[in-house]
Ligand binder design. Structure first.
Ligand code: 13P
Ligand code: SF4
Length: 327
């Protein structure tokens, strides 16, 4: 038996003993995806967390995902194996801090939205646009969700914005997802200036180079990529959207514009198709923090428990529930 086999057996033992379910995001390490009960994109994992029957959810992903699970299922114990697994983009917006820039900064046009300086806060942008609903990408902290009207994911952003009965929306925190939504709706999108460092590093030159290296391959991009990159792609969708698209497609070769962890499932599901990363360095260090041994340790010691205080959980749940109700 290898060390990994022993760890896997111990994890299975604790899963039974604790009545636990392991959820893993599509970017997790191969060994973690293999041990998971469910893998998926943020939307699928939120739906699973809301409906699953168990006592413990072990969330292999980053902290906002475990927070969402705890918000949706407060009676379950939610465990995040690596407490340092965070999403730097989620931390690019806070509810309130320095407000002095509010009246001085007019904002400027950016691909369908506006950009604001980094120390601007959610309350500042709400004050500038009274009555305009805030659509929070799930990649936000619980207190930011609590101040928002509705959540969205990369899978349903356009649908969520279209579901609102206003001509204007505030989309936070990803400027790239916001620009993609703005391109696909007639509504005015006021965008926050956050970004995912893994996706935002891809440039149009990378697309041109990848297409030259793999002529004929279908290029799929995540909407967290820059809008110039998304506009050059053949298809733009969430991580699970990519899995479904590649499976259904007649094409035999794909260039994948998202975190490279997705290639594991793409290759596993489609052994006769070829997948290339758009850039080899599209690796999210936070998603890679969780290992088989951290999952084992988490289940043995029941750490780290993620619990959102009720005064934040209740309004945050409203925003998540509202999203889950949109069909
Ligand atoms: P998905 O919801 O598409 O899986 O994306 C989550 C994420 O963090 C992307 O970087
Ligand atoms: Fe956050 Fe980007 Fe990592 Fe997703 S890939 S968790 S958006 S930093």
């Amino acid at each position: 038996m290898t060390e990994k086999d022993i760890l896997r057996e111990k994890i299975l033992h604790f899963k039974k003993e604790r009545n636990a379910i392991i959820l893993a995001h599509n970017y997790q390490r191969e060994e973690v995806q293999e041990i998971a009960d469910y893998t998926g994109d943020s939307l699928e994992l939120s739906r699973t967390a809301a409906s699953i029957e168990c006592e413990v959810i072990v969330f292999c992903g980053v902290n906002f995902m475990a927070e969402s699970a705890s918000i949706l299922s407060p009676d379950k114990t939610v465990i995040l194996p690596e407490i340092g697994a965070c999403c730097p983009m989620a931390d690019m917006i806070t509810v309130s801090s320095v407000r002095h820039l509010k009246t001085q900064f007019p904002g400027y046009h950016y691909t369908g939205g506006y950009r604001y300086p980094a120390d601007f806060t959610l309350r500042d942008i709400k004050a500038l646009h009274p009555g305009v609903p805030v659509v929070a990408y799930v990649n936000t902290t619980a207190d930011v969700k609590a101040e928002s009207d509705i959540c969205c994911t990369s899978a349903n952003g356009v649908k969520i914005v279209e579901s609102l009965d206003t001509d204007k929306v505030i989309c936070i925190p990803d400027r790239n997802l916001s620009a993609w939504i703005a391109k696909n709706t007639k509504k005015e999108v006021i965008a926050w200036d956050g970004f995912c460092h893994v996706h935002d590093r891809v440039t149009p030159d990378d697309v041109t180079r990848a297409r030259k290296d793999h002529p004929g391959a279908v290029l799929i991009a995540h909407p967290e990529c820059r809008i110039e990159v998304s506009e050059m792609a053949d298809y733009v969708t969430s991580t699970s959207g990519m899995i479904r698209f590649a499976k259904a497609s007649d094409a035999g070769e794909f260039i994948i514009g998202t975190e490279t962890g997705l290639l594991y499932k793409l290759r596993k599901d489609n052994p006769d198709k070829i997948f290339h990363p758009l850039r080899k360095d599209m690796v999210c260090p936070n998603m890679k923090k969780t290992t088989l041994s951290s999952v084992f340790h988490a289940m043995e010691t029941m750490t780290y428990k993620i619990k959102v205080p009720e005064e934040i959980r209740v309004p945050a749940k409203r925003a998540l529930d509202r999203m889950l109700e949109v069909k």
